[in-house]
Structure formats: C-alpha cells, structure tokens
Design a protein around this ligand. Structure first.
Ligand SMILES: C[S@@+](CC[C@H](N)C(=O)[O-])C[C@H]1O[C@@H](n2cnc3c(N)ncnc32)[C@H](O)[C@@H]1O
Length: 452
C-alpha cells in the first residue's frame, strides 16, 4: 500500500499555504514589533517570528474593537494596569482557552493508577495539587474529583489550587459551572453523582460536597513565583506548547516543579515534555501517558518572597483555605532571579524539509523514525499543525485510533483556518472510518479556502 501521508491536493507541497488564490499580496497589517516587545517586557509572553502573523491579526482586531489608532492603542495599553479590561481583553485574545473536564482519560488513568497511590504511601498529611494554566477551571475541578474519588486518599485533607493568567477565566473557574462542550467527556457516573443542571444547558458541580478544598487565583507562570510548597501534584497541560523560546520553557517548568515535594508528580499535556537540560524529573509511563516524578535532591531556583494577599473577589463561590491561603497578586515583575543557564542553541529546523523527510520515512515503513522526526518538529515548533496530522496518520496505520483522533483534534484546534491541514485531516478521518468528522473537515477546508 502507498504512503497514507501524502498531501491530498498539492503533492510534495507540505507547507501550509497562506497566499490568497488571486496571487495578490495581502494588505499590510499593523506593525507588531512594539506590541510584541511590550508583551515580552510586561508579561514575559513571546511571539516568535512564525507567530507574528497571528499577532498582527489579533492586534488588528483589538484596533477595530477599540476604535483606536495603533500608537494610541499602545499608549493606552501601557498606561492601563494589569487588571484593566483593555489589558485583560488582550491577554484573553492572545491565549487559547480550550479545555474540558476529564479531558485526557489515559492520562487521568495514569494519575489514578500510579501517582495517587504512590503519593498516599510517600506523603503523609495533606495532598495539595496545583492546576497551572487552568483556563475556566475544568482541569482543576477534574483534579478535585479525582482526589476525592481515590480510595488511597480516603480521610486525607485535600486541596487544589487553580491558576490562570486571565482574570475572567479565573472568575469563571470559581463558579464550577460548565457548558455542554466542557462536560462532553465526563464519565456518566461522575456527571450523575456530582453535577446538577443550572441555567440553560449548563451544569454546576456540587462543590459543597467535596472534601477537597478548591481555590483559584490569577497568576503568570512565566513571571510570578509559584504557590508555596510542598505540593504533591502539579498539572499544567497545553500551556507549554505556546512557548517557543527554550529559556521561557525552562523558566516555566522550573516554576512548576519548584514547589513539588520530592516524589511529587508533574503532568504535562501529551504533546509536551520538559525542556532539554532540566535535570531532576524521572519520566514514568503508564496507560499510554507519561508522568514525571520529581527526584530527590533536585536543585532548582529559589524565588524572592513576593507573596501578598489578593483581595477576595466580590462573589467568591468557593471559600478560601485557612491554612494555605494563596494567591499572590500576580503580574508584579519579579526582581530578576538568577537567570537559568542558557541551554545550547538548538540546530534550526526547516519544517517543510522535516515533514517531507518524515513522509519519506513513513513511505519506507519506518514508522517509529517518522514519528520521532515529527515529535522533534513539534518540540521545535510547538504549534506545527501539519506535523500533528501526519502523526495522526501514523497512529492510524498502527491501529491506535484514539491517539490518531487526539492528534487530529490538536491539529485542527491549532490551525482552524488552514485549508490544507483540514483537508488532510478529512482524509485521515475517512481512513479512521469517521465519515461525519471527515465531512466536517471538508466543509471547514472549503470555508477556509473561501475566506482567503
Ligand atoms: C489551552 S488552555 C489549557 C487549559 C487546561 N490546562 C487544559 O489543558 O484543559 C491554556 C491556558 O493557559 C493559560 N496561560 C497561558 N500562558 C500562561 C501564563 N504565562 N501563566 C498562566 N497561565 C497561562 C491561558 O490563559 C489559557 O487559559
């Protein structure tokens, strides 16, 4: 059988096309360099050259919405405090808020089967978990339910802290109330036992019945110190993929693992891994997922003490914790901690060449090698959507249908308006025997083509 990875419409051309069909160059967007520099200096957010188009589109949208000119907008932004609507709207616009309850069953199974029993044995006393980059709270509440249900943790004091950069998301998270998309992967027994209908099609978690105490705070993972330790479990899924700069990735993961107790566990998204050069984490595989256990004596950075009380929000639904009340105010630029040692520069990756190489390997039946090339590409270019489509195709050839679907879901989520990605996704969905999904992809591809 021929290779299943070949481009559908333009053989040999694997790079997503951004040119309008007429051949006319797109009109110039607003200059993004000043905004990129401001975001970097103020929040530690980086937009590498290949994300500048995206930044340009988002800036253009903010200019349209506010009715301000470019310079006027930047001055206004610079003068606005972190919690001003203008700043928060921009942060919300620039970060992706895709989340669901019980989002990755294999990973949750690994946490239930491996991490929680190990913690019960190794950590006497309270079990404290942190959902970092929790968006609207689905992940933090999932963690709370997981701890609550774990037989090994029966009668243990339990605590979950959820944090996110965007204030509106943190406020939504506190409510513990979700719409149908957030709830679609919820195990039926959890839904029946813990959720009750609230307004319209939303359902609310019965948080008062949880033994687990849950609190939320705004927090910038690149800039702010972590919550005080010791923590038993830190979950930070689908945040690292948006940070291209290896130094940012290192800083972010160090912030995650610093408060972890020895033997504590770190959970990243399934396409994410700790950056090169970070010692002190031992990967543990189970149920098709990888968790990371903090080794004894892992030396990390020490943060200056910056903790301050955050005034309680007007309508806090979940009572704060007495013993371990956290958060910090967030967003205060930390007095520069000692910079981490610079990792050696990675050799540049040419995405198109890497994709072509991976396809050639797959054609030759070298599926593992092709997979390795694509995972490396994703490590170098975390938002590479086409690499994910090809990984889906490889997973399909191995008969790993759930994994194939998960890769496709990530690809289309990262590149919703990329016609080429969506056409390839359609082809893989067809091979997976999912005609409805394939048709939806073809329609999305056609819409994307019309809009360019
Ligand atoms: C794609 S969502 C992931 C939500 C959840 N972890 C999950 O996987 O279901 C990414 C979230 O990370 C947050 N985020 C991005 N950069 C952050 C930072 N520097 N500090 C804190 N949160 C951040 C965004 O605001 C967004 O809500």
């Amino acid at each position: 059988m021929g290779c299943t990875l070949r481009p559908v419409s333009t053989p040999g051309n694997v790079a997503p096309s951004t040119r309008p069909p007429s051949g006319a160059p797109p009109p110039p967007g607003p200059p993004v360099e000043p905004l990129a520099a401001h975001l970097r200096a103020r929040f530690g957010l980086t937009f590498s050259p290949h994300r500048r188009k995206e930044l340009e589109a988002k800036l253009a949208r903010q200019l349209r919405l506010t009715g301000l000119g470019h310079d006027e907008y930047l001055v206004d932004l610079a003068r606005s405090p972190d919690d001003a609507p203008r700043v928060q709207e921009l942060l919300a616009e620039l970060t992706i808020n895709e989340t669901r309850c019980f989002r990755d069953p294999r990973q949750l199974a690994a946490v239930e089967e491996v991490a929680l029993p190990a913690l019960a044995d190794a950590h006497p006393g309270p079990i404290r978990a942190w959902s970092a980059g929790c968006a609207t709270g689905e992940e933090a509440w999932t963690l709370a339910l997981l701890l609550e249900r774990a037989p090994a943790l029966y009668q243990r004091p339990l605590e979950v802290i959820g944090t996110d950069l965007v204030r509106a998301r943190v406020e939504a998270a506190r409510k513990g109330e979700f719409g149908p998309r957030s709830l679609e992967g919820l195990p039926p027994d959890v839904r029946a036992g813990w959720f009750t209908p609230s307004t319209l099609d939303r359902e609310r978690l019965d948080a008062d019945r949880l033994r687990c105490r849950v609190s939320f705070a705004t927090h910038n993972l690149v800039r702010d110190p972590p919550p005080p330790g010791p923590l038993s479990l830190v979950v930070c899924r689908n945040v690292l993929i948006y940070y291209d700069d290896p130094a940012d990735q290192l800083a972010l993961v160090r912030t995650l693992i610093e408060p972890l107790a020895e033997g504590g566990w770190l959970v990243l998204g399934h396409a994410e891994r700790p950056p090169e050069g970070l010692a002190g984490l031992e990967p543990v595989s189970r149920s098709g997922a990888v968790l990371y256990r903090k080794r004894a004596g892992a030396a990390l950075r020490t943060w200056p003490v910056l903790l301050q009380e955050e005034p309680p929000p007007a309508a806090r639904v979940i009572a704060p914790l007495a013993a371990t009340e956290w958060p910090i105010t967030g967003h205060a630029p930390a007095p520069a901690p000692a910079p981490p040692p610079a990792p050696p520069p990675a050799p540049p990756v040419d995405p198109a060449a890497r994709l072509a190489d991976a396809m050639a390997r797959a054609d030759a039946g070298e599926l593992d090698l092709a997979t390795g090339l694509l995972l490396d590409l994703i490590a170098a270019r975390p938002t590479a959507a086409m690499a994910r489509v090809l990984l889906a195709s490889l997973a399909e050839r191995r008969g790993e249908l759930g994994r194939a679907r998960a890769w496709l879901e990530e690809a289309t989520y990262l590149a919703p308006a990329d016609a080429e990605v969506r056409r390839h996704a359609a082809a893989v969905f067809d091979r997976l025997g999912l005609p409805v999904e394939a048709d939806a992809e073809r329609r999305a591809a056609a819409a994307a083509e019309r809009s360019t």
